[in-house]
Ligand binder design. Structure first.
Ligand SMILES: Cc1cc2nc3c(=O)[nH]c(=O)nc-3n(C[C@H](O)[C@H](O)[C@H](O)COP(=O)(O)OP(=O)(O)OC[C@H]3O[C@@H](n4cnc5c(N)ncnc54)[C@H](O)[C@@H]3O)c2cc1C
Length: 487
């Protein structure tokens, strides 16, 4: 009896899963596999909290797949290098003729997939990759001259123009596989699946859902009650005004198409007029796509390179004490410290604050953005290479469509604008609990005026001075580039 293999990666869902649907449609039995590569996770700086969510999700997925008569094997391997041989042996063991999965656009993943394809093809096993991570597949949204967009707004316009009927029609869960087709060894895996083992360090992720119903309900609740006000509220970190869906989108527990379908169902007018909260939210989904298209077209980004070559000459400073103060939320800038506490304690950080702390690390502490990029991956529940790299390069002014280097966030004015009453800061920094209203952003000035002392660090750098220094470093790098080009 021949069978199909479904290889799960960043697509941990049964609904709107093209690879799964294709495997089931073949009419054969289906075996599912997840290759858990702890060494690779280490190299990719996977956060222990995200590892925990993956393992919890796999347990849930196994139950969902069992209802479709599909057993799920979770194989713990070291690195990606071991994957091709392992998959081949699995195929040979179960008479598998076709392997299905979704494209992943990161460089190491692409190299791994090419090796798998090569090895399987030698045994006449077909390797079928489907595009399921994006609504519009990379390579389809191009400028009139056939190039990739470097700027978001025209990308968004072209992306919207490229939508088809299919973009709003996510696939449901496929029908169950006919039990009569299943071989004895597969039946045994279905009835007595081996324990899921994971040697990678894990941190409790129970605050985040692992089952479909809760995730879909969260999408529906957001669309029904928060999407309309998203434009006005999304930048206020003290409000629960964003969807909180990023961990699920990052691991493919939810697809971008499912999000799009829900939005079009309830907010079609806003989207057609390109106004209002729902359209702003859709734009965030398009940012996610933009960064995926970007890494697919520029594999060098996966090697740690800056998008703008000249910014490689910026003389970043390496000061361990400053880096550690940032990591531990001890900078003396309350908005930065509160945000870093939010990250440490929950694994998630509000988008506005990601921009503020990323700007602070690169433009106030003058530390290489790659240090921050890594720290985020090591701690985020929604760690996602493309979005994280894109966000960091934007904030550090080294990326495509980046914040120009001469526009530098002032952390205190950002705080006063987006946390005007200091609510967010007091919620995460108990040492500032007694500092009233907006004074929470300048606690030492308030304490001095009132003859009080507070147990909170003084600012570790002076924003005004560091701003000048940052401008100097960027201008130096620009001049060096000019000199190189004219030499
Ligand atoms: C320095 C920096 C690092 C970041 N790192 C990550 C990361 O590792 N993983 C990640 O998913 N997002 C990252 N982002 C983007 C963004 O901050 C998060 O996606 C967002 O805060 C998640 O919260 P939410 O689900 O409530 O978002 P919502 O506001 O509800 O947005 C809906 C979805 O759109 C996508 N999205 C929103 N904003 C962005 C954006 N700016 N870029 C790309 N996609 C976006 C996310 O998938 C998000 O879940 C980063 C941003 C910055 C500035």
């Amino acid at each position: 009896m021949s069978a199909q293999l479904l290889w799960f990666r960043n697509d941990l869902r049964t609904k709107d899963n093209q690879a799964l649907s294709a495997a089931v449609q073949s009419g054969d039995a289906v075996l599912a596999v997840y290759t858990l590569c702890a060494k690779q996770w280490q190299q990719h700086h996977l956060a222990p909290i995200q590892a925990d969510l993956i393992v919890r999700r796999l347990a849930q997925l196994r139950q969902d797949l069992a209802l479709l008569n599909i057993p799920l094997v979770v194989a713990e391997l070291g690195s990606f290098k071991q994957v091709p041989e392992y998959l081949l042996s699995l195929c040979q063991q179960h008479q598998i003729t076709d392997v299905h999965c979704h494209y992943q656009y990161e460089l190491n993943e692409q190299v791994r997939d090419e090796a798998v394809e090569h090895l399987l093809s030698q045994q006449a096993i077909s390797f079928n990759r489907h595009h399921g991570e994006c609504v519009v597949k990379p390579g389809r949204v191009l400028t009139k001259s056939g190039e990739n967009f470097k700027v978001f707004t025209p990308f968004r316009k072209a992306w919207l123009a490229s939508l088809t009927e299919q973009s709003f029609s996510p696939l449901g869960s496929p029908a169950a596989v006919n039990k009569g087709l299943i071989s004895q060894p597969l039946k045994q895996l279905l009835e007595q699946p081996p324990e899921i083992s994971c040697s990678y360090p894990r941190e409790n992720s129970n605050a985040w859902a692992s089952d479909d119903q809760q995730i879909i309900q969260q999408l529906r609740d957001f669309s029904a009650s928060k999407a309309s006000d998203y434009k006005e509220h999304r930048d206020i970190p003290a409000l629960d005004a964003t969807s909180g869906l990023s961990p699920y989108l990052a691991l493919g527990m939810l697809s971008a198409r499912q999000c799009l379908a829900r939005l079009y169902l309830e907010h079609a007018e806003d989207i057609a007029s390109q106004q209002g909260g729902a359209f702003t939210w859709l734009s965030e989904i398009i940012w996610r796509e933009f960064y995926r298209h970007l890494i697919a077209a520029n594999p060098r980004l996966c090697k740690g390179e800056a998008y703008l070559g000249w910014t490689e000459s910026v003389a970043w400073q390496s000061d361990k004490a400053l880096l550690e103060a940032w990591q531990q939320g001890q900078t003396g800038y309350p908005i930065v410290d509160a945000a870093m506490q939010q990250l440490k304690q929950t694994g998630w950080m509000h988008n506005r604050l990601r921009m503020v702390v990323a700007s602070f690390l690169s433009k106030d502490l003058l530390i290489d953005w790659r240090e921050g990029e890594r720290w985020f991956m090591q701690h985020l529940i929604d760690g996602d290479f493309a979005s994280n790299n894109g966000g960091w390069q934007w904030a550090a002014s080294t990326g495509t469509d980046a914040q120009p280097y001469f526009r530098i966030f002032n952390p205190t004015t950002q705080a006063q604008r987006f946390d005007p009453e200091g609510e967010f800061v007091r919620a995460w920094l108990p040492e500032l609990a007694q500092v009233p209203g907006k004074h929470a952003h300048t606690p030492h000035t308030w304490a001095e005026k009132n003859g009080l002392s507070i147990n909170y660090p003084l600012p570790i750098v002076d924003h005004g001075q560091q701003r000048k220094q940052a401008l100097h470093l960027f201008e130096q790098a620009k001049s060096a580039e000019k000199a190189k080009n004219t030499a």
